[in-house]
Design a protein around this ligand. Structure first.
Ligand SMILES: [Fe+2]
Ligand SMILES: [Fe+2]
Length: 178
């Protein structure tokens, strides 16, 4: 059997134990190529000197992530009430990933992650998938702009990967609103 190792995701920093890295980070959704062995971790991964524009963009991204996490939390509870187990699982997973994104952004900003606020949602899971699609679409457009505006290679990499991850979420919703 393959040796069990500790890995870390370079996008969120979270550790993972397994014989190999997962295809997607279970915490933030980043692709497998961002995993490194924990013994090779770069201690300065989240220690980036931020330009004014990147600080402003990270603050905007933080708000988007907090709002989307709160929205998915509401959608998860609505699915639970409706005994819709698939939607409960989907919205719960999305809530956790967006909350993780908010945590990572807070790490770059060197602040503690703000509490999730409240967002309204619909009673119906299909409507929530439609709104989820729109929220992901807005996030993708914002992060593509932030990626292009970032002068720090690390933030360019970070926002580029967020675009990929949120595109996975968009595709997931698209499947459910056909
Ligand atoms: Fe996100
Ligand atoms: Fe997302």
């Amino acid at each position: 059997m393959a040796k069990i190792k500790v890995f870390r995701c370079r996008i969120c920093g979270d550790p993972y134990i397994g014989s190999e890295a997962p295809t997607q980070c279970p915490f933030c959704g980043a692709q497998k190529r961002f995993f490194v062995e924990a013994k090779d971790w770069n201690l300065d991964e989240f220690n980036v000197l931020l330009s004014d524009i990147s600080r402003k963009n990270l603050e905007a991204a933080l708000q988007l992530e907090l709002d989307n996490a709160a929205f998915y939390d509401c959608a998860k509870n609505a699915a639970d009430k409706a005994s819709d187990h698939y939607s409960l699982a989907k919205f719960k997973a999305l809530m956790k990933v967006e909350r993780e994104h908010a945590s990572v952004i807070s790490k770059f900003l060197k602040i503690s992650r703000p509490e999730l606020g409240k967002q309204l949602c619909n009673a119906n899971a299909k409507e929530n998938s439609k709104e989820g699609w729109e929220r992901e679409d807005r996030a993708i457009k914002a992060y593509a702009k932030f990626r292009d505006e970032a002068t720090e290679p690390r933030l360019k990499e970070f926002f580029a990967e967020l675009v990929e991850i949120e595109t996975d979420h968009l595709d997931l919703h698209a499947e459910n609103i056909k």
